[in-house]
Ligand binder design. Structure first.
Ligand code: BGP
Length: 484
C-alpha cells in the first residue's frame, strides 16, 4: 500500500456485502410469487460434476423440473431471508455495512412476467426490506435481474431470445424504480450480463434447444438486454435524476499462458470478448472487433433501426463487476484445466486454488481495476468477490482464517489500485451470509461472515452464527480499510 501509511479508501467508500434474491429468500411460492428460472435448478451432487458445470436446462429437463415436487431444489428454500430479513439486516448493521446488495425477484412483482399489474404483496416485501436497511443507514444496491427470469416468460417467449421481453422488463423496472424512488439510489440492471453467452438459461431464461438459431441466441439475448438496460437507464434518470445506474460484468483478467506472441494475441482476444459487454454499456457502441468475431463464428444479430442510438444515448453511470479469479489461456496444449463456475482456463502454476478449484489471484484484481479504468474512465464498483469454502463448526465457533486471508489480500489490492489512481467507489463481498451456491445449488459451499445452520438438502435449524471473519470484517469497515 502507499508508503506513508495513509488509508487509500475514500471516506465515503461503500463497504458491504452482496446477495441475490434466488439464493437467499426462499418462500418461492408464497405471497403470490411466481416461479423463476432458478427455482428449477436442482442440487448437483459433487460426484456428478465433471469439468465445466452445466447450468443450462434442455427442454426435457425444464418440463421435468417444472413438474417435479420430489427433487432437491435448494433455491426454492434459500436461507429463508424472506422471513428472517430483520435479523439478517441487523447483523449486517452490526458488521457496519454502508451498502447491502440485493436483487428484486422479478417474479415476486410480476409472477409470470407478462401481467399488466404488479403483485402488491411482492412490492410490500421490498418496501419493508429497504425500510429496515434505512433504519441502520445502509444503502441498498439493487440488481433488477440476477438470473431470475420468470418461468412464464420462458414458456411464452423462450426468455430473452425474444425481443418482446424487453417491454415486459421495462414495465417491471419502471414499477420498482417508481415504487422505491426515495429508498434506493444505486441500481444494477443485469447481473453478470456476459453470462448469457456462456449459459443462455442462466443469463436469459433461454432453452437453447428451443432457439431458432442456437449459435447466435446468446448474443441475440445479450443485445436485447443491452437495449433494455439502456432504456431503463433513460427511464430511471427521468424518475429520479439522483439515481446511479450501473452495468455488471463477470470479469476475469485473462493472462497469456506463455510469452509466445500467439498466446499474447489469444489473451487479448479473450479480454476483448469479456470487455465487449462493458464496451457496449459504458461506451454505448459495439466495438469494431466484434464484427470479425461474429462473422468468423456464424453469429447473426438482429438489430432494429434505432437500437444503436438508444445504446449511444444512455450509457451507464458506473461499472460494477464480480471478480473471483483470473484465467490463463494458451495455444500450447495443456491438459490441466482450472475450474470456475462458467469460465475455465489453464492452470496457472503461480496461484493457489480454493476448495472448489478456483484459482486465487488478488493481484489480478488490481490489474483488472487498472485496465478497466484506463479503458472507460468511469467509477468502478467491486460488487462480488469472495471465497467459497467448507467451514467447520467447533464449539459454536468457525475459525475461517482462509476466508480472512482471501478477502484481506483482495482488499489490499483494491487499496493499491486506489493508489494507482483508479476510482473505486465500493466493495461488496459475495455472500456476507452463507447462501445457496449459484452454480451447484450447494449450501456447503460457504462464503459468509455469518454461518447458516442448513445442509445441502435443506435440513438444519437455520440459526445464524458469527464466524471469525465477522469480527475481522467489522474492524476493516470501522477502520475504513486501515486495519486489514
Ligand atoms: C457469481 C454470481 C453469484 C454467485 C457467485 C459465486 O457468478 O453472480 O450469484 O453465486 O458467482 O458462484 P457460486 O455460487 O457458483 O460459487
Amino acid at each position: 500500500m502507499s508508503q506513508n501509511n495513509t488509508v487509500p479508501f475514500p471516506k465515503e467508500f461503500l463497504w458491504g456485502g452482496a446477495t441475490a434474491a434466488n439464493q437467499i429468500e426462499g418462500a418461492y411460492n408464497i405471497d403470490g410469487k411466481g416461479l423463476d428460472a432458478q427455482d428449477l435448478m436442482p442440487f448437483v451432487v459433487k460426484e456428478q460434476r465433471k469439468g465445466k458445470i452445466n447450468m443450462d436446462l434442455t427442454s426435457k429437463q425444464f418440463e421435468h423440473n417444472l413438474a417435479d415436487q420430489d427433487g432437491i431444489y435448494p433455491k426454492r428454500f434459500g436461507i429463508d431471508f424472506y422471513h428472517r430479513y430483520k435479523e439478517d439486516i441487523r447483523l449486517f448493521a452490526e458488521l457496519g455495512f454502508k451498502v447491502f446488495r440485493i436483487s428484486i425477484s422479478w417474479s415476486r412483482i410480476f409472477p409470470k412476467g407478462y401481467e399488466e399489474k404488479p403483485n402488491e404483496m411482492g412490492l410490500a416485501f421490498y418496501d419493508s426490506v429497504f425500510d429496515e436497511c434505512r433504519k441502520y443507514g445502509i444503502q441498498p444496491l439493487v440488481t433488477l435481474s440476477h438470473y431470475e427470469t420468470p418461468v412464464g416468460l420462458i414458456e411464452k417467449y423462450n426468455g430473452w431470445e425474444s425481443r418482446e421481453v424487453i417491454d415486459h422488463f421495462i414495465r417491471y423496472a419502471t414499477t420498482v424504480l417508481n415504487q422505491y424512488k426515495n429508498k434506493v439510489k444505486y441500481w444494477l440492471t443485469f447481473n453478470e450480463i456476459n453470462v448469457i453467452t456462456k449459459s443462455p438459461y442462466t443469463g436469459g431464461g433461454i432453452i437453447t434447444d428451443r432457439a431458432k438459431d442456437p449459435i447466435s441466441v446468446g448474443y441475440q439475448g445479450a443485445h436485447h438486454q443491452f437495449v433494455a438496460s439502456a432504456l431503463v437507464t433513460k427511464i430511471a434518470h427521468s424518475i429520479n435524476p439522483d439515481f446511479l445506474i450501473g452495468c455488471m460484468l463477470a470479469r476475469s483478467e485473462i493472462y497469456p499462458g506463455t510469452n509466445d506472441p500467439e498466446d499474447i494475441l489469444l489473451a487479448q482476444k479473450e479480454n476483448n470478448l469479456n470487455l465487449f459487454f462493458t464496451d457496449v454499456q459504458v461506451r454505448g457502441e459495439y466495438p469494431s472487433f466484434m464484427d470479425r468475431y461474429f462473422e468468423e463464428n456464424g453469429i447473426n444479430i438482429q438489430k432494429e433501426a434505432g437500437d444503436d442510438e438508444i445504446l449511444k444515448c444512455h450509457p451507464v453511470d458506473f461499472l460494477s463487476f464480480s471478480y473471483y479469479t483470473s484465467l490463463s489461456v494458451s495455444t500450447h496444449r495443456n491438459e490441466e484445466a482450472s475450474e470456475g463456475n462458467l469460465f475455465q482456463g489453464q492452470v496457472n502454476p503461480y496461484l493457489e486454488t480454493s476448495d472448489w478449484g478456483w484459482q486465487i489471484d488478488p493481484i489480478g484484481l488490481r490489474v483488472s481495476l487498472n485496465d478497466m479504468y484506463d479503458r472507460y474512465r468511469v467509477p468502478l464498483f467491486v460488487v462480488e468477490n469472495g471465497l467459497g469454502a467448507y467451514d467447520k463448526v467447533e464449539d459454536g465457533q468457525i475459525h475461517d482464517d482462509y476466508r480472512i486471508s482471501y478477502l484481506r489480500e483482495h482488499i489490499r489490492q483494491i487499496g493499491e489500485a486506489l493508489c494507482d489512481g483508479v476510482e473505486v467507489i465500493g466493495y461488496t463481498s459475495w455472500g456476507p451470509i452463507d447462501l445457496v451456491s449459484m452454480s451447484t445449488s450447494e449450501m456447503s459451499k460457504r462464503y459468509g461472515f455469518i454461518y447458516v445452520d442448513q445442509d445441502d438438502e435443506g435440513k438444519g435449524t437455520l440459526d445464524r452464527l458469527k464466524k471469525d471473519s465477522f469480527y475481522w470484517y467489522q474492524r476493516v469497515i470501522s477502520s475504513n480499510g486501515r486495519d486489514l
